[in-house]
Design a protein around this ligand. Structure first.
Ligand code: NAP
Ligand code: MG
Length: 398
């Protein structure tokens, strides 16, 4: 059989533990037999990040900037326990945070829909994608405890020394106070990433804030989204037959659970944090959640939403064949290959990516699945396989 050719390399970012083990199996069984795979490889395994003083993480992000598309395995975010386990010299920040900072991105999370795995919300027919702004608000807030009566103000001191003050509250008793911020540039990047994603997927975009109460703060989000829509995306949306819809967060939440799905829901940082967990659990399982980082310059990084599945790895090390679900990892590859195919205009590769995804969902729909899905399957599974058998079954179908 002639293998499918590629023009531009995909940035391949390897990671840690169980997802690293499955990474090689996926390549060997599902990709290399069919594709003349061209990748530029970065090893973000924890030991190599430590050995290279985390330079490999920065280099991988720059490579995505250069080539446009990357696929990433899950990686350990080091903490003191990992420092001992891996005998590390340094405690580096989360690789995802480093890559996100370099690519200036927004994270989109989308569940993989399978007939047999029914969402808890019965009206949902198509997946709901969350686009979460990943900068500022309560995640970069300053907080203070107030222990005695007194006045709290926001004070803005310009570089020339001029001051502006706004009273927050007169405290008669003890309490708490919080100050948070965001930046126009970051909000605009977030907006552009959402408009670009909706266009790429040809799905409507919903955006929600609480601007009736937070007239200045949330009002700015609403204003900037609308401005960017009107000046940069309105015609493109019309041409694609999709719409941009703004509504209050309360109204959005009420509509989401009555909707049929099939749209992108852009959420401010906190709303996205909370609502993406709601969507993930209502849609099925973390192992069925895909994740893509989209930068406003149109650069894409695909990964699974879950982590390295640490406990399964320890079992695998003891010789056990675990039933870890590789679906989201396979979809990270198919997503990246499909984007590469679109940019480089390689129809056979697009077609392959579609077939690969259909093979995964088809096998699960036939009742053959990994252990995590067994309790969610309706009707109950025909067969529960370990990861290797499951990948072999997908390969046979492919
Ligand atoms: P996790 O790896 O997502 O696993 C949490 C639990 O979810 C697992 O113990 C497993 O449950 C279940 N699970 C997740 N993915 C699964 C899959 N593919 N198949 C079957 N079950 C799956 O999260 P974590 O244990 O909190 O984190 C482990 C490591 O991953 C940490 O070092 C963390 O820093 C890292 N992490 C990386 C990323 C990333 O790179 N994007 C994201 C999150 C976490 P059972 O044990 O009940 O089977
Ligand atoms: Mg959360």
């Amino acid at each position: 059989m002639t293998k499918i050719g590629m023009k531009t390399p995909l940035v391949e970012i390897n990671g840690d533990e169980m997802t690293r083990v499955l990474w090689d199996v996926i390549k060997e069984k599902l990709l290399l037999p069919f594709i003349d795979l061209k990748t530029e490889y970065y090893d973000l395994g924890l030991s190599n990040r430590d050995d290279t003083n985390d330079e490999v993480t920065v280099n991988s992000a720059n490579a995505i900037k250069k080539y446009g598309v990357g696929v990433k395995c899950a990686t350990i975010t080091a903490n003191t326990a990992r420092m001992q386990e891996y005998n590390l010299k340094h405690l580096h920040p989360s690789p995802n945070a480093t890559i996100r900072a370099i690519l200036d991105g927004t994270v989109f999370r989308k569940p993989i829909s399978v007939n047999r795995i029914k969402p808890s919300v019965i009206t949902w027919k198509r997946p709901i994608v969350i686009g979460r702004h990943a900068y500022g608000d309560v995640y970069k807030a300053a907080e203070m405890e107030i222990n005695e009566p007194g006045k709290v103000e926001l004070v803005y001191t310009k570089t020339n020394g001029e001051e502006r003050r706004v009273k927050v509250a007169d405290f008669k008793t003890s309490g708490i106070v919080q100050g948070m911020h965001n930046l126009d540039d970051s909000i605009k990047s977030f907006a552009r990433a959402c408009f670009l994603y909706a266009l790429a997927e040809k799905i409507p975009l919903w955006f929600s804030t609480k601007d009736t109460i937070s007239k200045t703060y949330d009002g700015r989000f609403k204003f900037l989204f609308n401005e960017i829509y009107e000046t940069e995306f309105k015609e493109k949306f019309a041409a694609s037959g999709i719409e941009y819809f703004y509504t209050l967060i309360d109204d959005a939440v009420a509509r989401v659970v009555k909707s049929e799905g099939g749209f992108l829901w852009a959420c401010k940082n906190y709303d996205g944090d909370v609502q993406s967990d709601m969507i993930a659990s209502a849609a099925g399982s973390l192992a069925m959640m895909t994740s893509v980082l989209v930068s406003p310059s149109g650069v894409f990084e695909y990964e699974a939403a879950h982590g390295t599945v640490q406990q399964h790895y320890y079992k695998w090390q003891k010789g056990e064949k675990t039933s870890t679900n590789p679906a989201a990892l396979i979809f990270a590859w198919s997503g990246a290959l499909s984007k590469r195919a679109e940019i480089d205009n390689i129809p056979e590769l697009s077609d392959f990516a579609k077939r690969l995804e259909a093979a995964v969902t088809g096998v699960i729909e036939d009742g053959i699945m990994t252990g995590d899905l067994a309790k969610l399957s309706e009707p109950p599974p025909e067969k529960i396989l370990n990861s290797w058998e499951f990948i072999d079954t997908i390969a046979a179908r492919l």
